[in-house]
Design a protein around this ligand. Structure first.
Ligand code: OGA
Ligand code: NI
Length: 339
């Protein structure tokens, strides 16, 4: 438990293990570029076009009027914050670096960098959807956690599936293209906690990475921190009231043969305020083969990516560090060499 960052009451200086080389923590320029905000109460046609445009241009967008109640969003944020405020004794049993565990509390993940640690604690739930009886290892505190996580996952997964259907409509894929194995794998819900940090300019909350799954829906919280790669720079995502941030995972890039991009993002920390965000990811099943859909392949557009079992893709993602690449497409081609 002593390695949970937030369990030290106040950090007056940054421990050396969290310090990154200067070239890896270059600040975003101050140029203001906003993520598109898509109002889902507009006509289906408009929403579909807006999502496709935003997706093609930035790979990231925010959605408002998405049909998920403010109460469900607030409950999720509140329960997440409450969890990280619990006394250490209530959390110690959950601490684990074992990625095969359904529920895992971990801290300062090193990823594949020079060994530096990231300024983040994370409570992760990964389970077959729907939740069924896999909640037996779930924490029993705060007392509403189980109910809130289950409800929030159900709602955000529903939103992600609706966004995928809109994408299918817009791109000429069968509407149920992602309904089966492609979108039916483990659902992961990460409650990320980035404690206030004594020196935000020399560390990172999360490294530049692309999400390896199909789609992520993020409750970003009120405190800024998320940054999205854009033209060699970073866009600082300004939280919009009641919005979710949505981005495409690498599997969506593969399926669309690169038409939709999975874009790098990172999290910067903050010296004044702790930040809590909640990310829901949908993924293919482990045994599902995933590659460019026939609709995106032609003589002029040969497949840019190999078809791989999702299980194998994940293994390679970890070995060749796909997630931290500055150029995802180059690295996905690397996958082809590895296999
Ligand atoms: C992630 C992620 C962003 C955030 O969990 O993969 O990119 O703002 N999170 O916490
Ligand atoms: Ni991410």
């Amino acid at each position: 438990m002593e390695n949970m960052i937030h369990s030290t009451p106040s950090h007056t200086s940054l421990p050396d293990c969290f310090v990154f080389p200067a070239d890896q923590v270059l600040p975003a320029s101050s140029a203001v570029v906003s993520l598109p905000v898509i109002d889902m109460s507009r006509s289906r046609d408009e929403v579909r076009r807006a999502i496709l445009n935003a997706g093609k241009e930035l790979g990231f967008f925010q959605v408002i009027n998405h049909g998920i109640s403010e109460q469900a969003m607030q409950d999720m944020a509140a329960v997440g914050e409450e969890f990280f405020r619990l006394p250490a004794a209530d959390k110690v049993e959950l601490c684990s670096e074992d990625v095969t565990k359904g529920t895992q509390l971990f801290s300062g993940t090193t990823y594949e960098t020079g060994g530096e640690r990231y300024w983040r604690d994370c409570l992760r739930f990964a389970y077959d959807f729907p939740v069924g009886n896999c909640t037996k290892d779930w924490p029993d505190k705060p007392h509403r956690l189980l109910e809130v996580v289950e409800n929030f996952t159900l709602l955000t997964r529903g939103l992600a599936m609706e966004l995928l259907r809109l994408l299918c409509e817009g791109m000429g894929l069968p509407l149920d293209y992602f309904e089966g194995h492609l979108g039916g794998g483990y659902v992961t819900l990460d409650i990320n906690h980035y404690p206030a940090c004594p020196n935000p300019s020399i560390t990172l909350g999360l490294p530049p990475h692309c999400d390896r799954d199909l789609m992520a829906v993020l409750l970003p919280g009120q405190v800024p921190g998320l940054e999205v790669a854009y033209n060699g720079d970073w866009i600082k995502v300004q939280p919009v009231s009641r919005a979710f941030v949505v981005n495409f995972g690498q599997q969506l890039e593969v399926v669309t043969n690169g038409t939709l991009k999975s874009v790098e993002h990172r999290v910067m920390t903050n010296s004044a305020l702790a930040r809590t965000s909640v990310a829901m990811f949908i993924a293919p099943t482990e045994d599902c083969f995933i590659g460019p859909a026939a609709e995106f392949v032609s003589e002029e557009n040969p497949p840019c990516y190999h078809t791989l079992r999702f299980r194998d893709f994940k293994r390679i993602y970890n070995v060749v560090k796909l997630g931290s690449s500055l150029n995802l497409r180059t690295n996905l081609r690397k996958v082809q060499k590895e296999t």
